[in-house]
Design a binder for this molecule. Structure first.
Ligand code: GRF
Length: 220
């Protein structure tokens, strides 16, 4: 709750790794006018640094270790049960490295965002920085999209670009893209919490109007 005691939208973040995007969201949520509250962080990797970041911010955490389940369905059912305990308004996938089942995705339709390190629809899946270099692209970037049944295929809300220069490596590109991620994700989460973005049948509504193209973060 903030000064006027209106309950803020509840955000649950799922992460698997170092959690730099989680940290960007935690930092943003500390801003006085941030319109949401991070109520929990879930993780599938017991030792992930994302859990440490959450703990340092006094945010509740839970772990559902995928290695303890025989099937994807069982893992997702257990993850869903944990999530439902918190009754979140928004689930933010921030480097959550598990493919989710159709039932899971449908249960949270319109309430789940993902960040993907490419300019979708280019380079769905893994190794996006290497693939952008191999393709000879001069522009690369990051996309934030609603999660639908199609892997990395849900309607894109916003993108930010980075230029690829001749001496870029997958590592240098990852660093440049991540810097954009940390700016873009808090902006989009803010929009969601303010009720400005919604998922239509297969498109994004922004302020009630279908978005013809993803919102763009200015170059600098
Ligand atoms: C990010 O690059 C994101 O685009 C991808 O996974 C990475 C997560 O990094 N989906 P971090 O854990 O937030 O540092």
């Amino acid at each position: 709750m903030k000064a006027d005691q209106t309950p803020l939208p509840k955000i649950l973040v799922l992460a698997s790794g170092s959690g730099t995007n989680l940290q960007a969201l935690i930092d943003a949520s500390r801003e006085r006018d941030f319109p949401g509250q991070i109520i929990a962080v879930g993780c599938n990797q017991p030792g992930a640094f994302a859990l440490e970041r959450a703990a340092q911010a006094n945010i509740e955490t839970f772990v559902v270790n995928h290695k303890n389940f025989e099937s994807r369905d069982e893992f997702d059912a257990s993850l869903m049960a944990e999530i439902l305990r918190y009754n979140p308004d928004l689930i933010v996938l921030a480097g959550f490295m598990r493919i989710l089942t159709t039932d899971f995705v449908r249960a949270f339709r319109g309430k789940m965002l993902n960040i993907h390190p490419s300019l979708l629809p280019k380079f769905t899946g893994l190794n996006t920085h290497r693939r952008a270099l191999e393709a000879g692209d001069t522009v690369h970037g990051v996309s934030i999209h609603f999660v639908t049944e199609e892997l990395d295929g849900g309607p894109v809300i916003a993108q930010a670009e980075v230029a690829i220069v001749s001496d870029d490596t997958p590592e240098s590109l990852a660093e440049k893209v991540q810097a954009k991620e940390h700016i873009l994700y808090p902006i989009v989460v803010r929009w969601f919490c303010e009720g400005r973005i919604q998922l239509g049948s297969d498109y994004v509504l922004f302020d009630g109007e279908p978005l013809n193209a993803p919102m763009r973060l200015p170059d600098n």
